[in-house]
Design a protein. Structure first.
Length: 278
């Protein structure tokens, strides 16, 4: 039996850094959505644990125990065998949770193959702060260091364009560049957005506190943001710690036209159009 799973791009529509614990971990308050753009995972029974990687973003992806997918498999059932396959479409180290989403999809697939229950949030947090939210790829509010999750109503029907200008950003360097780590959180109760326009209006009053430091370290991120600003985006910002930026659009036709316009100016960039998952 081969089980397939989709590993969608995780989009931090907001990312408020609200504090820092004594152990160095940063406290966050983030509205997280997912896009229908992502990687594909398959898992099949096998005597030994192995991983093969294919796809347009496969170059440089490790297939040994250092890969988060392999770590996830070992965490779930150490010593158990499975043949894992990753079809890689998302760029690595890009602020859209590619590695974490791959690992979460691996856990979902292997639980089917091995007939095991899904692990608890506390168990997967050791694999990274984005693992818990990626286990259930739907609209959520993520707080704490990533372990406090609150399901939210689906986001409104909305198209999205993702733009990565081809640089990898080290998250620790972004946090080190922050001047203020104690910023206001989002409101206690979030609205229910009925339209993409309403969501965009609300997002304009929110923040990604990592965007400024990221642009300072990698100015090409600012160029990506400016390029999105020149399209009919309802809203645009950086996701996570970058370097991927996103634009929200009223419909598929506008998003596809925006993607074409960005690629016309920057054919070397990674640019994809899709929809927010609901």
């Amino acid at each position: 039996m081969t089980v397939e799973a989709f590993a969608p791009a995780k989009i931090n529509l907001t990312l408020h850094v609200t504090g820092q614990r004594a152990d160095g971990y940063h406290l966050l308050d983030s509205l997280v959505g997912f896009a229908d753009i992502g990687d594909r995972i398959s898992a099949s029974p096998a005597d030994e644990l192995s991983l093969q990687v294919a796809g347009p973003m496969a170059a440089g992806v490790p297939t040994d125990g250092s890969n988060l997918m392999m770590k996830a498999a070992e965490l779930l059932a150490a010593g158990r065998g499975a043949a894992l396959m990753l079809e890689k479409h998302l760029p690595p180290a890009s602020g859209i949770g590619g590695g974490s989403s791959d690992a979460a999809a691996t856990l979902r697939a292997l639980c089917d193959v091995w007939d095991l229950p899904l692990p608890e949030t506390a168990d997967v947090l050791s694999l990274g702060a984005d693992l818990p939210v990626c286990m259930t790829p739907r609209t959520q509010r993520m707080r704490g260091i990533g372990e406090e999750l609150h399901a939210l109503p689906p986001l409104p029907d909305c198209a999205i364009v993702l733009v990565n200008p081809g640089v990898s950003v080290a998250t620790p360097a972004i946090f080190r560049a922050m001047e203020n780590r104690h910023n206001p959180a989002m409101a206690d109760v979030l609205p229910v957005w009925q339209t993409a326009e309403a969501l965009a209006d609300w997002l304009r009053a929110q923040r990604n506190d990592l965007q400024g430091p990221a642009v300072a370290l990698e100015p090409i991120i600012g160029e990506a943001l400016a390029t999105l600003a020149a399209t009919p985006a309802l809203f645009h910002a950086m996701s996570g710690s970058g370097a991927t930026c996103y634009g929200l659009y009223a419909d598929d036709a506008t998003a596809n036209a925006a993607r074409a316009a960005v690629l016309a100016d920057h054919p070397e960039w990674w640019v994809r159009a899709g929809r927010l998952l609901r």
